[in-house]
Design a protein around this ligand. Structure first.
Ligand code: G3P
Ligand code: MG
Length: 226
């Protein structure tokens, strides 16, 4: 079965990384959804993709320089606010699996603490990052965590890192993913979750490569296949 994984909630259907987007992911009956986290100036973990708020809100500024009170005043699209990770964990718990992408530096430890406080099970969670040091840090805090190694071009290094650090999955850029890498990853016991094909054709191409799940803004276009 190919897992249907929403990207930034289900970003093709609602403003990315907002509670509306995560509600949509639940409504679509997805297996999993993905989000990005940063730490804001007052120390809370907030769910937003970029280091600044310029692209996704009606304001400008660095997330790391804005307090949660300041961030909460912004419109993240369609009247939505920038959610905290705590809010999203509360909304999604026991409803859908989650892939937390550690985007900002210094997110591994606070994410780990919040996961333990909120009682999320590791089997419902993947921790992913392009910053593999953050993954190493998370794995040191929780050796049983499921780690997803995000990779753009450096596939062999990603496989080596995954082996050395007992990762759960390799998460490659879909356009550069070859069937051979899927086979290599499977032989070593890793799942493969490419991002972010959005057309039916591109999604089908990934499924033909034998991947275990697809991360998409339009996860409703991923047909479940045995
Ligand atoms: O986790 C997959 C995907 O989210 C990685 O790229 O830039 O959309 O966070 P990006
Ligand atoms: Mg992401």
């Amino acid at each position: 079965m190919v897992l249907r994984i929403g990207h930034r909630g289900a970003a093709g259907h609602a403003p990315e990384n907002t509670l509306a987007s995560f509600r949509k992911a639940i409504e679509l009956g997805l297996d999993m959804t993905e989000l990005d986290v940063h730490v804001c100036a007052s120390g809370e973990l907030v769910v937003i993709h970029d280091e600044n708020v310029d692209r996704t809100t009606n304001s400008k500024g660095w997330v790391s320089k804005l307090s949660l009170t300041e961030l909460k005043r912004l419109d993240a699209g369609a009247g939505e606010t920038v959610p905290t990770l705590a809010e999203v964990l509360d909304l999604l718990k026991d409803r859908i699996m989650l892939n937390i992408e550690l985007k900002g530096l210094g997110t591994a430890e606070p994410v780990y603490k919040l996961i333990k406080e909120t009682g999320w099970q590791n089997t419902n969670l993947t921790i992913s990052s392009f910053n593999w040091e953050s993954l190493t840090e998370y794995k040191q805090l929780d050796p049983d965590a499921r780690i997803g190694v995000l990779t753009f071009r450096n596939h062999q290094e990603a496989l080596e890192y995954a082996e050395a650090n007992k990762a759960y999955s390799i998460n490659p850029y879909h356009m550069l993913l070859k069937k051979k890498l899927v086979e290599q990853a499977h032989n070593k016991g890793f799942k493969v979750f490419p991002w972010t094909p959005n057309t039916v054709k591109d999604i089908q191409n990934e499924i033909k490569k034998g991947v275990d799940g697809v991360i998409s803004d339009y996860p409703d276009r991923i047909l479940h296949q045995e």
